[in-house]
Structures are given as structure tokens and as C-alpha cells.
Design a protein around this ligand. Sequence first.
Ligand code: SAM
Length: 259
Amino acid sequence: MVKARKRFGQNFLKDKNIIERIVRTIDPKPGEHLIEIGPGHGAITDRLLKSGCDLDVIEIDRDLAFSLRVKHPDLNIIESDVLKLDLSTLPKGKKIRVVGNLPYNISTPLLFRLFEHLDDIEDMHFMLQLEVVNRLTATHSTSDYGRLSIMSQIYCESQNMFTVPPESFTPRPKVMSAIVKLTPHRSSSENVNMVQLQTLLTKTFSMRRKTIRNALKGFITAQGLEEIGLDPMLRPENLDLKDYLNILAHFESRACTTS
Ligand code: SAM
């Protein structure tokens, strides 16, 4: 067996019950098109293939891709860094389901890349650090709530399916993990200026202990906050997605009237 490479975040699943539970949660069906990111030695891959779904896998590690090719000569193995892959070349038509026990160091940038291609995606199931899953699924006014919660909620509904302890992997990670299911909202977020929203959230949550009156300086005044029904003494974590979209709309309407 190839030695685990730390730089590729390789923590291989060894617990058969957990693997079974993951595949049951994904529930792949014959004829569905799945893409697995980081198949590794094929712990999940083997079980997915048995379901009769159409499967493509993306693996960065040349040695792992090689042994997977020997094991599954008919499997389409894309040997590539998923962060560098042109996702617009994903097959059009039938929506894909994306799955993977992700290397933790690429999970957030990967999610943001996938959010740009949701028209082609049915749903996503990922193993992530529990801490990241908690941030994805957090509701406002809780300590895990922040930029990642709001950005993911604008695109998807996120559900923590179950947690997975370190002893289910080899080598053992230092932290707990969890399986998250992300289901894209079917209503469009096309009209939202995502770059502007990201800037707003980055600025606001870099001052999460301050009141929104101070944290949002430059975007909206205390009077503006009151106009849209928000108490300027609230903290950034007390506002939900709708509040942030209202702030953005207010900012943009002011920018239009002053330009
Ligand atoms: N799916 C296997 C399992 O559950 O045992 C392996 C999971 S391991 C946590 C992550 C896998 O993602 C490894 O096979 C690793 O080589 C691969 N990987 C890491 N970075 C990647 C990247 N940027 N693009 C594609 N695959 C990557």
C-alpha cells in the first residue's frame, strides 16, 4: 500500500460500517451521474460502483490513480488537482452528484468553486472537519456563525448527516469529522453581487465583537441601519442572510444615487 501523503490530506477511511453508512446516505441509483473527489484507495468508490451509477473520479496523487486504474480498468479517472480543473467542462444535461472524503486543506476553496457551478449539480455529500460542518450549518446568533455560513446558505441548504470519529481513518486525523449534505437552492442567486457580498462579510466578520454600527462603517450608516429595521447596536453574528442582503441593497441603491 502507498504511504499516506500528508500534503494531499490523506486520511483513508478504514471503518467498514462508516463507509456503508456514507454510501447509504448518498443513496446512489443506477443511471445517476456521480463525481467523486479524492477516491484514494477506493474505500467509497468500490461501493459506489456496485450501485450501478455512472462514476467519474478526480485524484491528484499519481500513484493512487495508477493503482485505482489497475483495480477498475473501466473507471474514468481524471488525474488532476480538482482546484485547477476547469469545472465548466463538467458534462451538461443530466445533473451530477458530487461526493468525497475531502482533504481538509482544500475544502473551503473547493466549496466556493463548486458554488459557481450549481446549475449542473443535483447535490453534494462531503466528509469535512466537524468544525467546518458546524460553520456551514450554523444559524445566526451562534458562535459558529460567520462568513462561511452566510455564503453557503445563499447557495445551498446544508445538513449535518452524522459525525465520524478519528479512529475511523488511517492515519488518524486529530479532529472529529462529519458528513455534510449540500442541496443547491433552486431559486436563483444570480441577482446578488457576490463579490460585493464577500467584501461586506469579510469586513464585518473581521470585527465580529463590534456593533454593526462600527463594523459596517463605509457600507451603511446608523441611520441607514434603522431605515432597514436593524438596531445599530447588534453584533455581526446577530444578522441573518436576509439582513445582509438588505444592507447590500441599501448600499447599492445609495451608490447609484450618488454616482
Ligand atoms: N476517498 C478516500 C477514503 O475515503 O479513504 C481518500 C480520502 S483522503 C481524505 C483525500 C483524497 O483526496 C486522497 O486520495 C488525496 O490524494 C486526494 N486529493 C488531495 N488533494 C486533492 C486535489 N487537490 N485534487 C484531487 N484529489 C485530491
